[in-house]
Design a protein around this ligand. Structure first.
Ligand code: C2E
Ligand code: CA
Ligand code: CA
Ligand code: CA
Length: 293
């Protein structure tokens, strides 16, 4: 791979050698990024379709590169996973997201006219969902590290969720699967990301007591009244509900898609129709304005 100009890496059938060099480059850059605080968390609102309220968001990492500009995750997450850098990065993502969630919870509480029932702060106040790589769960220490930090900053575990892609869950070792269940037992909600792309069944997911199923964008994109993708959405929602899981549709871009998803009984939706992922300050403003509207 060649480094092109100031802000892009371009690939043209690179040799193994070039590929390795590129990975090394990105990996080195990423180590510096962590040290120089170039990573930033963005948040995308998730709308509750029953109430039209926003009390969920997905945390998405961005890399604010000094010369390349904003680097999207698909350009560095795979490299981070291959080089093991994902552990340090994932740790940073968790801590930053958790701290931001504290602010979101406080702000949500302040916006309420009455304090929550029994003063219990839980997922209904605000819940932020963090993308995790199964590689982060290779060590069974991870959950203790998370819990210690949550105690330290005073955030209830219920205000966080973790997202793991369906494909990665299928490939995961028994140990990783067991860790997933431990997170769930500790109060952290679990979501299956990109559902429908990995050929697993909802019955299989049931074994892990998954809380949320996220219907992949590719199914939402082609929704039409009565077409195959609509039937799939209806079946996924129906079966997920029967198994005690709730459904989030991702990549919702049009009113027509939203209508069909509501008709299918979908519980939550996220996508450009509402908002792209935003830097924390802008996200806070977005939620405030949404509450006022
Ligand atoms: P994902 O978890 O499936 O995230 C959803 C992606 O779809 C995000 O891209 C989001 O910006 C984009 N998106 C949201 N709404 C729409 C829409 O209406 N239309 C379209 N076309 N796209 C939409 P993003 O932020 O580039 O993230 C890409 C992937 O990178 C994520 O896919 C996730 O797998 C991974 N990722 C992001 N942040 C993290 C992280 O902190 N840790 C780990 N391990 N992976 C992450
Ligand atoms: Ca996700
Ligand atoms: Ca997804
Ligand atoms: Ca997806």
């Amino acid at each position: 791979a060649k480094r092109l100009g100031r802000n892009r890496y371009q690939f043209f059938s690179p040799s193994m050698q070039e590929l390795a060099a590129h990975k090394l480059q990105v990996s080195n850059d990423l180590r510096h990024a962590l040290n120089r605080h170039e990573l930033v968390m963005y948040y995308q609102p998730i709308v509750d379709l029953a109430t039209n309220e926003i009390h969920k968001a997905e945390a998405l990492v961005r890399w604010q590169h000094p010369t390349r500009g904003l680097v999207p995750p698909f350009e560095f997450i795979p490299v981070a996973e291959e080089t093991g850098m994902i552990n340090r990065m994932g740790d940073w993502v968790f801590r930053q997201s958790a701290r931001d969630t504290v602010t979101l919870v406080q702000e949500s509480l302040a916006s309420r006219s009455a304090p929550p029932e029994g003063n219990v702060v839980d997922a209904t106040i605000f819940q932020v969902s963090i993308n995790v790589s199964p590689l982060q769960f290779q060590s069974s220490q991870e959950l203790q590290t998370w819990q210690a930090y949550l105690d330290q900053i005073g955030l209830p575990a219920e205000c966080l969720a973790i997202e793991i892609t369906e494909g990665l869950l299928l490939e995961a070792s028994d140990q990783v699967k067991a860790t997933l269940t431990q997170f769930r037992d500790a109060g952290i909600a679990t979501s299956i990301d990109d559902f429908g792309t990995g050929y697993s069944s909802l019955a299989y997911l049931k074994k892990f007591h998954i809380d949320f199923v996220k219907i992949d964008r590719s199914f939402v994109q082609n929704l039409g009244a009565g077409n195959d993708d609509m039937v799939l959405c209806e079946v996924i929602v129906d079966m997920a509900h029967r198994l005690g899981m709730r459904v989030i549709a991702e990549g919702v871009e049009t009113e027509a898609q939203l209508e069909l998803l509501k008709r299918a009984g979908c519980d939550f939706a996220q996508g450009y129709l509402f908002s792209p992922a935003l830097p924390f300050d802008q996200f806070m403003t977005f939620v405030r304005d949404w509450r006022k509207a």
